[in-house]
Structures are given as structure tokens and as C-alpha cells.
Design a protein around this ligand. Sequence first.
Ligand code: CP3
Length: 348
Amino acid sequence: MAVACVSDRFLRACRRQPVDLTPVWFMRQAGRYMPQYRAVRARHGLLEICQNPERAAEVTITAAEELGVDAAIIFADLLLPALPLGFHLHFNSGEGPVIEPVLRDRAAIARLPESLHGELGYVSEAIRRVAGHFPDTFPVIGFAGAPFTLASYLIEGGASRQFAHTKRMIFEDRGAWALLMQKLCPMLVEYLSEQVEAGARAIQLFDSWVGALGEADFRHAVLPYNRLVIEAVQDLGVPVIYFSTGTSGYLGALRDTGAAVLGLDWRMEMSRAWSELRGGCALQGNLDPLRLFSPAAELKSAVRHLMAQSRGQTGYIFNLGHGILPETPVENVKNVVNWVREFSASAL
Ligand code: CP3
């Protein structure tokens, strides 16, 4: 078993400080591609894992140690806040999550509770356990869905391709959308503050589906709320990684969120992102997760190509452009960790 690295290179990179080696971790590093996770999952439902701090901590730690990465993301789910908000949440195999009832009118939004009342305390308890397991220099990453992506699940009731109901609310009833944001943002700040209090050293906000909006709409309907959440979290002294997909057309607007780090999907060449952003923030990404199915030689050269684009930049974190997929060969993921170390060492 690889031993998790004792180094604060991940946090240093978040702050755009020089590092000994390029830090690396993976979105969805604990998941079904890993036999140890499948063994736990055979005995427990996804929510049963998330809601049991001992189990969630074990899954988190096992994945980080098995891969030898530079950070552990807490095992939880973006949709957990739906529960204290009063929704039913099911993960039906193969069909993705179902959230009931759908949230489409102002009266229902007005009835949403204002606070979590500690109901997601199991997430912070799991963070406390993971942070206690690792040395101080090994960071635990907390996370939540960003306001748009979380709202989209509540409004659509599950996965969506067009986000038609969400966009209709934004375009048809701006007041309803503003009211929903006013409910969700303080709740997210409360949730993330609990995570930081428990020992999370960085927070990733997943805005997985915000690329459904064009730049002007992003700036009007999303950016002010993201800024609010990100600023509140960063005021606690931890960097925020703002991850989004389908948004490479408006990198400048992403930077205006104020996040210390932007997580990019695979659509954009990293070198272009560096030159457009001109050092305004650290960058994380962006190997296509499907690349992990390539034969070793091709995968290695894809990693080399990606790393070459950040040569000479401070504040680069190696990751994928989205989460690891279920059938991904574990060996390939481990190889990538080794190649990232090899290539960054040879650049010194
Ligand atoms: O290792 C880690 O990254 C931490 C664990 C983690 C999970 N979900 C556990 C999980 C994280 C970071 C998430 C985030 C999450 N959840 C996102 C944002 C990330 C992204 O990919 O953009 C989203 C959109 C969700 C909502 C969600 N959870 C969906 C759409 C699904 C179903 C998709 C599927 O693969 O079945 C889930 C289920 C889920 N959450 C799984 C895991 C490991 C897989 C299913 C399982 O074990 O039953």
C-alpha cells in the first residue's frame, strides 16, 4: 500500500507558493472503480456510508492511502443538503439520484428552512476523524455543491441535460431564483463553516452543471451568490477551489468569483487558461477522465503533455477534468500519480 505523502504541497499550491513536487489528487478518488469501496458498498447504501462518520472516514482514508495522493476529499455527496431541506433523496442504481418533490414555485421556496440545525453534523464528524488520522501536514478537503448546481438538482428533481426548469426559473421569475439563492447561500456557508471547524483545510465547490448558462447569465444569476459563499469561506482562512464544467468560454467570470483556485474541465488547454488568467489564481485540472482508459504509453504522454503546459507556473494542482468513472483501472490512476511526481521532479 502506498503511504500518503507527508507534505503540505497541496495547500502551498492553492496559495500559489512554490512546491517541491506538483500536488495531485482526484475528484471521486473514493468510488466504485476501487475494489475496497465496492466491498463497503456491497454491504451499505450510499447514504448509509455518508451518514456513518466511521465508515465515511474509512472510505476517505483508504482511497487516499491506496493512491498515495496529496489530499483526501471527504466522502460525502453533493445532494446531502437536500435532506435537512426536507426533500426525499434516493440513489436508484443506473438512473442517478432522484430528489422529491421538485422545487418549482415561490411558495415552496419560501417554506424552505433557514438553517441546517446541525443536521449534516455527520459530515463534519467524518472530517474530524480523517483529520485526526493523518498528520497535520496532510490536508482534508471538504466540499459542497455550488448554489446553481445544488439548486438545479432541487428544481429538476435529478439529473438533467437542458436544465430547462432551472433556466426557466432564472429567466421567467427572477424573484423566485433570488429567493432560492437567499435561502441556499447562508445554508451552504453554515455547512462549509462546520467542515472547516472540523478540520477541512480547503473547500471545493462543485458547480458541475453551471456551464448550462452563458457568460452574461452566469454573471447576473450566479456570480454574486458564488462570490458571497466563497468570500465567507475564505474569510475562515481556507482556500476555495471553484470547479465547474463547460465554462471555458468565460474564464474571466470564473476568476471574478474570488476563488483561490479554479478547477477546470478537460475542454481547454491549460496553457491557454494560464495566459488568459495571467496569474490571477491557482489552477487545478484537467486530464479527461476517459484518458485513464488509454494504454500506458499514451496515458503517460497525455500526462506529460498536460504537465508541460504548467511548467514554470506557481499554483498548479494536478487533477482530472471531472470525476473518475466507475470502470477505470486502478493501476492507471496509480501510474498517473507516479508520473506526475516523476515529471515534476525532472522539471526542477
Ligand atoms: O471521492 C470523492 O470524490 C468523494 C465523494 C463524492 C461523492 N459524490 C460520492 C458518490 C463526491 C465529491 C461527490 C460529489 C457529487 N455528487 C457531485 C459533484 C461531482 C461531479 O461529478 O460533478 C454530484 C453531481 C453528485 C450527485 C451524485 N451523486 C450523482 C449524480 C450520483 C450518481 C451518479 C453515479 O455515478 O451513479 C451520485 C452517487 C455517488 N456519490 C457515488 C459516489 C461514490 C456513486 C454511486 C454509489 O456508490 O452508489
